[in-house]
Design a protein around this ligand. Structure first.
Ligand code: GRF
Length: 203
């Protein structure tokens, strides 16, 4: 089961997938790591792990579509069964999303449908939420809006600030993403054909 990872940041979610593979709970291989940021942690991590990388700077392309077209052609070339957006911080054009319809998921640090987009931890705190969490969802052209596959929730504690809340959530995010990828890799969970099926039943 071939996984391609898209990332813009430090790459701790990528590391979690590699750890799950190494530990035997995720029967898969990360066949490529793709980024808009050549110097990000995720790319460095992939290089150290001997994984193929392609990082393309948006400013080297005429527009969003041209950048997406180039990056996602590189993704297609590794023939992934699944594309995991793990902190990929660019909006993906509708054409590129459609190209990989039913094969692309994203980890988002909020209890979607609450707080799509950025600054989720600060927004949960500002709203006075008693709980916060993370969601894994199917990628559709609308930002953070696709069918939700799995969520993890944690309490908001007195004295939490955005950084503290993010730090407490992160290990739970990692576990959630690895578990969801395992369900997909073993075909218990199926997101093809515009619907979500679990153990052969429509969700
Ligand atoms: C994670 O919190 C992810 O949910 C968010 O960006 C962060 C990426 O962290 N969208 P990392 O690069 O995987 O460490």
């Amino acid at each position: 089961y071939r996984i391609a990872v898209l990332a813009s940041g430090r790459g701790s979610n990528l590391q979690a997938l590699l750890d799950a593979i190494e530990g035997g709970s995720l029967p898969a291989r990360v066949v490529g790591v793709f980024s808009d940021k050549p110097n990000c942690g995720a790319i460095a991590l992939a290089r150290e792990a001997g994984i193929a990388t392609v990082a393309l700077r948006p400013r080297d392309f005429a527009d969003r579509d041209a950048h997406d077209e180039a990056l996602f052609s590189a993704v297609a070339a590794v023939q992934p069964d699944l594309i995991v957006c793990a902190g990929y911080l660019r909006i993906i054009s509708a054409a590129s999303v459609r190209r990989f319809e039913g094969r692309m998921i994203n980890i988002h640090p909020s209890l979607l449908p609450k707080y799509p987009g950025l600054d989720t931890h600060a927004r949960a705190l500002a709203a006075g939420d008693a709980e916060h969490g993370a969601s894994v969802h199917v990628v559709v052209p609308e930002l953070d809006a696709g069918p939700r596959l799995a969520q993890v929730r944690i309490p908001v504690l007195p004295g939490d600030d955005a950084a503290g809340l993010a730090a407490r959530l992160l290990p739970r995010e990692h576990a959630l993403l690895a578990a969801t990828c395992s369900l997909l890799a073993t075909r218990r969970l199926d997101i093809g054909g515009g619907r979500v099926r679990f153990d052969g039943r429509d969700l």
